[in-house]
Design a protein around this ligand. Structure first.
Ligand code: TYM
Length: 339
């Protein structure tokens, strides 16, 4: 069997590569999500045939209250529209509107050795964090692979924490294609310039589960409070001590993304011309100003009745033909259903 080109979602002749990415509705969007992934979602919708999903099936592994999951899913649609996803230029979908993702996950499960999943770093990490050791948690990366390959996407904008999942997706594609012929292309991760954003502790990855996030749509006072609590260079005890930008998440890292003068800022810290407090105040001002237009847009969207369901329905309508075609090929290749 030969691999057929996926159909474009735009209705135009297939000329552009397809992009897919997913985000869990498991909490408010934070600086790590934005700088590590969402900024690329927005940039890539201009040049690629882009599909973005709110992956609520995945979130079932950690969010166990139905009303809360529904609320978080709604909020995530607003976040993604507010940061700049344009439903006319991409398809924004809710994973559970496409149950075929779960069907394909099952088919892919049959080519995946359990040992591949048991050695996945995120699985080990989540178990250490005390997340329920469900079959869903173990199988999480296979569903992720299904999300991507059901649309034959080849580019996947994600943060570096997803690197192992993407590598696994590629292995799964190879295993499936080896057994059944060349059905799926191998997807590639696409990273931003800040693929790993550290949290306010300055030590571990910013994440909802670590409780060290700066939510991008928090109230300005809350953003300021969180930025002011960020850990800087731990060896800079006194104001007169020189700072080390290479170990400081504030001047060494985050300032790079919120203003063109970060080299001067780093120099100020290195020579103790400036202190951590003023550098954090400046960062807080800049983060608040950067997200202000998005916050305003989000408030407008939140006040528009029906907008979320409308966007999701339009997204579903755009992508459904693609997934139906892929599942037809899959059924044909593996020998289920009628021809
Ligand atoms: P999730 O919901 O944890 O995160 C969404 C995106 O944000 C990125 N990210 C970060 N990037 C840099 N620094 C950080 N501190 C940081 N925190 C989060 C993540 O890398 C991700 O790109 N498994 C995925 C969801 C998923 C998916 C998919 C992704 C399901 N199916 C298919 C791509 C393709 C996840 O849990 O992302």
């Amino acid at each position: 069997m030969t691999q057929t080109a996926a159909q474009p979602i735009s209705g135009l002749p297939q000329a552009r590569e397809r992009v897919f990415s997913g985000i869990q509705p498991s909490g408010a969007s934070h600086l790590g999500n934005y700088l590590g992934a969402q900024a690329n979602y927005v940039a890539m919708q201009a040049e690629y045939d882009a599909i973005y999903a709110i992956v609520d099936y995945h979130a079932l592994t950690t969010v166990h209250d139905g009303e809360e999951l529904r609320r978080l899913t709604h909020e995530m649609v607003l976040d993604l529209l507010a940061v700049g996803l344009d439903p006319d230029r991409c398809a924004l979908i809710r994973q559970s509107d496409m149950p075929e993702h779960a069907e394909l996950c099952w088919v892919l499960n049959t080519v995946v050795p359990v040992s591949w999943l048991e050695r996945t770093p995120t699985y080990k990490e989540k178990r250490q964090q005390g997340v329920d050791n469900s079959m869903g948690l173990l199988d999480y990366p296979v569903l992720q692979a299904a999300d991507i390959v059901i649309y034959k996407a080849t580019r996947v904008p994600v943060g570096k924490d997803q690197a192992a999942h993407l590598e696994l997706s590629r292995e799964i594609v190879r295993a499936f294609n080896r057994r059944y012929g060349s059905v799926f292309p191998e997807p590639q991760a696409v990273y931003t310039e800040s693929p790993v954003v550290l949290g306010i502790d300055g030590a571990t990855k910013m994440s909802k589960s670590a409780g060290n996030t700066i939510p991008i749509f928090a109230e300005p006072d809350e953003i300021r409070r969180l930025v002011m609590s960020m850990v800087t260079d731990p060896l800079r005890i006194k104001r007169t001590d020189p700072g080390r930008p290479e170990v400081c998440n504030v001047c060494g890292n985050l300032h790079r993304f919120f203003g063109g003068d970060y080299l001067q800022i780093q120099d100020g810290e290195r020579t103790a011309r400036t202190g951590c407090v003023e550098t954090k105040q400046l960062l807080a001002d800049r983060i608040i100003a950067f997200f202000e237009p998005m916050r305003e847009r989000r408030a407008e969207l939140a006040a528009t009745p029906g907008i979320v369901e409308e966007v999701l329905a339009a997204g579903a309508a755009k992508v459904r033909p693609l997934l139906v075609e892929t599942m037809r090929e899959v059924h044909d290749a593996v020998g289920i259903g009628t021809r």
